[in-house]
Design a protein around this ligand. Structure first.
Ligand SMILES: Cc1cc2nc3c(=O)[nH]c(=O)nc-3n(C[C@H](O)[C@H](O)[C@H](O)COP(=O)(O)O)c2cc1C
Length: 206
């Protein structure tokens, strides 16, 4: 029997699009047999900034019950899927700040030999999805992690068209998460669980 994969889904989301993908991934990974922690990166923005944006304030209230990620969650996990909205083609400062808290684990070699993957949301079609995921993946190389990107390993990937990770264009907040993104999210979750399970079994046997 293959070992149970422990998966941490760690995301930041201001207005809820990345949060919805995180939930889809978390549900699909649970269905695929993983033990899942769905976690958010701590907010860094001042209250006044959040309150000035209706969608941001609504999402902050709706997601108040989601636990905030800690380095212990990454240490616990066999696999981590990170998610972020793009910020000028880059990882959000909130998720980046969380990555920066992982220095202690990195120094002990505790980030290595885990599976990592990522997802992203943007407002516009060419708004930086690939650059954001590649920027995220830079850190994984430093961890000594194994990046499991979806590639084109399932027909759904020829529909959403992003081999680097699940992605969604929110159309300035007007385009809800639909089947195309949900299918890609489910595939990414299942693939990460499958590969992380094989890696865990292989490392245990080695
Ligand atoms: C400071 C800032 C910079 C952004 N930069 C970009 C960008 O470069 N390209 C883009 O398409 N969207 C950009 N966005 C929009 C968000 O990335 C996008 O709306 C995202 O889907 C929101 O995800 P969320 O609902 O999970 O917060 C930016 C938003 C902010 C606040």
């Amino acid at each position: 029997m293959s070992p149970t994969v422990k998966l941490a889904v760690i995301y930041y989301s201001s207005t809820g699009f990345s949060a919805e993908i995180a939930k889809e991934i978390s549900d699909a990974a649970t269905k695929a047999g993983a033990e899942v922690r769905l976690l958010k990166a701590a907010e860094l923005a001042p209250e006044a900034a959040i309150a000035s944006n209706e969608a941001w304030a609504a999402h902050a209230a709706a997601s108040a019950g989601i636990p905030v990620a800690t380095p212990d969650d990454v240490e616990w996990a066999d696999a981590v899927i990170f998610g972020t909205p793009t910020r000028f083609g880059n990882v959000s400062s909130q998720l980046k700040q969380f990555l920066d808290t992982l220095g202690g684990l990195w120094a002990q070699g505790k980030l290595a030999n885990k599976v990592y993957s990522g997802f992203v949301t943007t407002a516009t079609t060419h708004g930086g999805q690939e650059s954001t995921l590649l920027a995220l993946y830079n850190s994984i190389h430093h961890f000594g992690g194994l990046i499991v990107s979806p590639g084109y390993t399932d027909p759904v990937k020829f529909v959403d068209g992003n081999p680097y990770g699940t992605s969604h264009v929110d159309g300035q907040g007007n385009n809800p998460i639909g089947d195309e993104t949900r299918n890609a999210a489910r595939h990414q979750a299942e693939r990460v669980v499958q590969i992380a399970g094989a890696l865990k079994a292989g490392l245990a046997a080695a």
